[in-house]
Design a protein around this ligand. Structure first.
Ligand code: 13P
Length: 271
């Protein structure tokens, strides 16, 4: 079965609730403009084309305090709303963190886990990525598990080794059944926010490698069914080329997701 593409926007620490509602409103208009034929499938998360075929799934991940305003604004559209982090404990003395139960009641459908900015600035490790991933699944929130190498690691020829380590550790102990709700995102750190996008070939090579790792962990069927997103300077101009690669199943978009027209154009490129 073909994997349905997922186009996900990571707003990072941008947009207050008022600003986020305004962006969501623009996004709604832009999405209707690119997809006027009824817009949504039977689940509001699916965009369908004129023939009723599933084309893409769309997600935005605003800062958590902005999520409720965005949820209200996007109600009845194809766009789902996600969080950017989740704690592994059910509750307790973890100042500044949010549990799965808290996220679930907002509500969010997806959560980003292990983004390189969390690894770089907030001490996220492969082990905590794994714990957060398990917590998300426990609460019925779909984890988007991020992996990717630093520039120095790529230059040292360690890209595959780093991505393999992060993937194996991040997904350790999960079952093939649980993997039905997991998305992997390959984000080369050197491409994030730099304007230096990976070439179609560079990205495809790592995605194919990661699918091989998924196969060795969970079997061929799960590997074929799991979506692997590309992230790192994806924009309206380069999205189509990346999304046409056989193992690239969508995008995790930072900067370009803050501009409604650009994000809608990337959604359009996924069709
Ligand atoms: P940019 O699209 O701004 O490079 O960010 C990518 C990213 O980090 C998405 O999670």
């Amino acid at each position: 079965m073909a994997r349905r593409k997922l186009i996900a926007g990571n707003w990072k620490m941008n947009k207050t609730a008022a600003e986020g509602a305004a962006l969501a409103k623009e996004l709604k208009a832009a999405m209707v403009a690119i997809n006027p034929n009824g817009v949504c499938g039977e689940s509001i998360s699916q965009i369908r084309d004129a023939e009723g075929t599933h084309t893409a799934e769309v997600l935005v991940c605003p800062p958590i305090t902005t999520v409720p305003a965005v949820v209200v604004e996007l109600e009845g559209t194809c766009c789902q709303v996600g969080a950017q982090n989740i704690h592994w404990a059910d509750n307790g003395a973890f100042t500044g963190e949010l549990s799965g139960a808290m996220l679930k009641e907002i509500p969010v459908s997806y959560v980003l886990i292990g983004h390189s900015e969390r690894r770089q600035y907030f001490g996220e490790t492969d082990e905590t990525v794994n714990k957060r991933t398990k917590a998300a699944l426990k609460y019925g929130i779909k984890p988007v598990v991020c992996v990717g190498e630093l520039l120095a690691e790529r230059e040292a020829g360690q890209t595959n080794a780093v991505c393999e380590r992060q993937t194996r550790a991040g997904l350790a102990g999960l079952t093939a059944e649980e993997m039905k709700n997991v998305v992997v995102a390959y984000e080369p750190v050197w491409a994030i926010g730099t304007g230096k996008v990976a070439s179609n070939e560079q990205a495809q090579e790592v995605h194919a490698f990661l699918r091989g790792i998924l196969k060795s962990l969970f079997g061929a069927e799960t590997a074929e069914a799991t979506r692997i997103l590309y992230g790192g300077s994806m924009n309206a101009a380069n999205a189509a080329g990346l999304l046409a690669q056989p193992d690239i199943d969508g995008g995790l978009i930072g900067g370009a997701s803050l501009k409604a027209a650009d994000f809608a154009a990337i959604v359009s490129a996924a069709k």
